[in-house]
Design a binder for this molecule. Structure first.
Ligand SMILES: [Zn+2]
Ligand SMILES: [Zn+2]
Length: 190
């Protein structure tokens, strides 16, 4: 059984979910599936901010996706925020089921730079590993190359890889969330 399920929330570039699925498989050695695309939560939009409320994406994902997957990751083009921050690249429930990543600010063109598809792919893979890592109980890491380190801006983000550092890999392997994740994956194979 798939332990992690990915869903596009609204339109996404072709092939992006497959690429993110592969990054998650490599990072956590768990089975990853892609769900049919979901609609965006229309009530998440804030006209005042011209942004979308991240927690509404998490709630929508939990309500709309099938209950079976152990962890759910939504991907959206929308620019996400939480009330106390000007924006977020993504949000996750720490040791919870749901996480979301926004492509909006990962795109160079958002910042007035030339489009770069390969760069966007690298960034979204890294942020997907970061947010799913939180759902598996990982907290922020001090290794600037580790996907679990905190990104304040794209300079931070571009220092990171999608491969968790040895410390985070050991932590996640020993976590109770990962033990449950492995049990879910095993259960589906019988
Ligand atoms: Zn984080
Ligand atoms: Zn780390």
């Amino acid at each position: 059984m798939s332990t992690i399920a990915l869903a596009a929330m609204g339109p996404l570039p072709d092939g992006l979910t497959a690429l993110v699925a592969e990054a998650l498989r490599r990072a956590f050695a768990l089975p990853v599936a892609t769900l049919p695309a979901l609609a965006e939560p229309a009530d998440a939009y804030s006209p005042r901010r011209n942004q979308w409320l991240a927690s509404a994406f998490l709630e929508h994902l939990l309500a709309a996706a099938p209950p079976a997957p152990f962890r759910l990751l939504g991907l959206t083009e929308r620019d996400l925020f939480v009330p106390v921050l000007s924006f977020v690249y993504g949000q996750a429930q720490l040791e919870g089921r749901a996480a979301v990543v926004s492509l909006a600010r990962l795109r160079p063109e958002f910042h007035g730079l030339a489009q770069d598809g390969a760069l966007v792919e690298r960034r979204v893979a890294t942020e997907a590993v970061h947010e799913v890592g939180h759902t598996l109980g990982l907290v922020h890491c001090l290794d600037r190359r580790c996907p679990m380190s905190l990104s304040i801006d794209l300079t931070d983000l571009d220092r990171k890889t999608a491969e968790p550092c040895p410390g985070c890999s050991a932590l996640v392997e020993g976590s109770s969330a990962m033990k449950r994740a492995r049990a879910v994956a095993e259960g589906g194979r019988r």
